[in-house]
Design a protein around this ligand. Structure first.
Ligand SMILES: NC(=O)c1ccc[n+]([C@@H]2O[C@H](COP(=O)([O-])OP(=O)(O)OC[C@H]3O[C@@H](n4cnc5c(N)ncnc54)[C@H](OP(=O)(O)O)[C@@H]3O)[C@@H](O)[C@H]2O)c1
Length: 327
């Protein structure tokens, strides 16, 4: 089984190698949602052939092929991996929900089982992709109130760190010995809705527009974020740069407090005020009005992409005000 990164994958010379170029074929597992469709457009714009592997086809149409799977069972779909240049695994049930036992179970299983079956599929084919880029979460560090977390920081406790650790452990067990693997512990992605969802920004914008975009609780909890363009450039670099391996934080170098994040969001919307919400108000409102987990707003974290900075990655949108303007 030859897993040398093919010359087709990374055509541009130089240390960054950030142009995936033409005649590449990349599989995005869990690519039918917000980040997958954004990445698919980004890669396709450069002439890359993209296949989205998910249970349902993406809602918008676009420049990709679609292959169906159940994200759990080995089947004919595994043939799509044969000879591909890279696989990017984004599969995961949304965490933007009330954390019932059923939802918690699905949040965990969707991630771990999809990662496992991808690894199984790679073992059944003759020419698996030489690169596996794996989604993970910056929430793996938990919710430390003030600490700035880097790749070297201890991992946290609670549901999200538990899921993140299980997800990454399954990836470590599933990747082929001679495959290059990159794990991206990703923060809140600020991006545009292309018909497949717009992530958390859509909801925050709605709240800010109706005057509810103020401080939540103390307002000091960290909001680490990254613009989708930088996220896609990190995916691209992870695919192309043979020096990139292991765990990276994918987040802008400027995490903000929740209060400051919402202030900038209100400014971008020309909304002159944002009513503050106490913890009790958020606990009631998030659960009963928005049907989601209040702790997503009440807690947060500050993360710093130490490895990306050390390895010379240049963020196009390091500042939130600029990032919000292009969405
Ligand atoms: N958006 C962010 O800000 C952000 C930040 C950090 C990490 N992430 C992670 O990045 C990944 C993609 O995020 P996203 O915003 O694009 O999410 P999304 O829009 O909800 O898309 C999730 C993808 O996972 C698949 N999926 C969902 N539930 C599933 C289940 N129970 N079993 C199998 N597949 C399932 C979906 O496809 P089908 O339902 O068609 O199979 C879809 O392709 C997720 O793992 C998410 O946790 C996202």
């Amino acid at each position: 089984m030859d897993l040398t990164p093919s010359a087709r994958l990374c055509s541009s010379p130089g240390s960054n190698m950030t142009n995936v170029g033409t005649s590449k074929r990349i599989i995005i597992a869990g690519g039918s949602g917000f980040l997958g469709v954004s990445l698919a457009h980004h890669l396709a714009e450069q002439g890359t052939a993209v296949t989205i592997l998910s249970r349902n086809p993406p809602k918008p149409s676009g420049p990709w092929d679609f292959v169906a799977w159940d994200a759990r069972t080995l089947d004919d779909w595994s043939a799509v991996l044969e000879g591909a240049d890279a696989v990017v695994n984004l599969v995961g049930r949304t965490v933007d929900c009330i954390k019932t036992p059923d939802h918690q179970d699905e949040i965990l299983r969707s991630r771990v089982e999809a990662t496992h079956v991808l690894g199984e599929a790679m073992r059944t084919i003759g020419s698996p992709p030489p690169v596996w880029v794996q989604m993970s979460t910056a929430h793996i560090y938990g919710d430390p109130p003030t600490t700035i977390c880097t790749e070297d920081s201890p991992l946290g406790r609670g549901l999200a760190p538990f899921v993140g650790k299980a997800w990454e452990s399954e990836f470590a067990a599933s990747i082929l010995p001679n495959q290059r693997g990159v794990v991206l512990r990703t923060s809140f992605v600020v991006g545009r809705d292309r018909g497949a969802g717009g992530g958390a920004l859509s909801r925050l914008r709605f709240l800010a527009r109706i005057g509810l975009g103020g401080k939540v609780g103390s307002g000091k909890q960290g909001m680490s974020w990254i613009h989708e363009r930088d996220m896609n450039r990190i995916f691209e670099r992870a695919i192309c740069d043979s020096a990139m391996q292991g765990v990276y934080i994918a987040s802008s170098p400027n995490p903000l407090s929740q209060r400051e994040f919402m202030r900038k969001l209100r400014t971008s919307l020309r909304m002159p005020f944002g009513l503050p919400a106490t913890e009790t108000m958020v606990r009631i409102g998030a659960h009963w009005l928005l049907g989601t987990d209040p702790e997503l707003a009440l807690y947060g974290r500050y993360v710093m992409p130490k490895r990306l900075i050390e390895e010379g990655f240049g963020f196009e949108y390091p500042d939130l005000s600029d990032a919000l303007l292009v969405n």
